[in-house]
Design a protein around this ligand. Structure first.
Ligand SMILES: [Zn+2]
Length: 241
């Protein structure tokens, strides 16, 4: 194989690997934001559950105060009952007492309902807190994995860059300029495999004599359409040299 063609194939592998690693590293802020919003969601559920419990307790205390007021009134009525002079006054007072007693009964029922509600709301708060804690540790683990991945990928980029430098020094300068130009114009991919008479990236059909030349891997041939430098993998070969 043409010695520089072999180097360019290797160079393309290094560049593509480094690009992929950089892209993955570049996704980190977005992934981190997604994790944070999962945590915020779990926290919001805890906050909402706590608010429901507090609201319920506040409502119950309000009813408890009202009951105390009415019970005070009832005590007063009963005292007054002893002092009424006429039957009519007595009956009117009796009526007031009955109304107040019905009110007290209804409020006591409300208080009881409120206590039951507080129990289930307290359980809901505990559930939400447990879910938050579980989400927190899951997210911590994912962050650690992500940090490790980024560290590993950064190392891969560094070593690809170093290997690239060593390789570039060996490639003919004009050929290197061609590679760089095509890579710039073609989203970083300057080298492509030719297969079954086609460029495997832009899929253009190659002229038969061009394809035959590429099959020999002894010269630098560019795709007429996308300008990528083409190479051929013989059917018997296990992999690209
Ligand atoms: Zn092409």
């Amino acid at each position: 194989m043409h010695v520089d063609l072999e180097r360019l194939i290797r160079l393309q592998q290094l560049d593509s690997a480094a690009d992929a690693a950089r892209r993955r590293i570049g996704e980190q802020p977005e992934r981190s934001r997604a994790l944070q919003s999962r945590l915020d969601e779990a926290q919001a559920l805890v906050d909402a559950a706590r608010t429901r419990l507090t609201d319920s307790q506040t409502a119950r205390r309000t009813v408890e105060k009202e009951v105390a007021v009415i019970q005070g009134r009832l005590t007063k009525f009963k005292d007054q009952l002893m002092e009424v002079k006429t039957n009519r006054e007595y009956q009117a007072m009796q009526k007031e007492i009955e109304v107040a007693q019905v009110e007290v009964k209804s409020m006591e029922d409300q208080i009881l309902d409120g206590m039951l509600e507080a129990e289930s709301l307290t359980a809901a708060v505990k559930d939400a807190e447990r879910a938050l804690k579980a989400e927190q540790s899951a997210i911590d683990a994912e962050r650690r994995t992500m940090d490790e991945e980024v560290a590993r990928l950064s190392k891969e980029v560094d070593s690809a860059v170093a290997a690239r430098q060593a390789l570039v020094a060996q490639v003919d300068a004009r050929l290197m300029a061609t590679y760089d130009q095509v890579a710039r114009n073609r989203k970083g991919v300057a080298v492509a495999e030719a297969k079954d008479g086609h460029c495997t990236i832009c899929h253009v059909r190659l002229r038969p004599q061009v394809f035959n030349e590429i099959r020999r891997n002894e010269s630098i041939m560019q795709c007429d359409s996308c300008q990528r430098i083409l190479y051929f993998v013989p059917a018997t070969a296990e992999a690209v040299p």
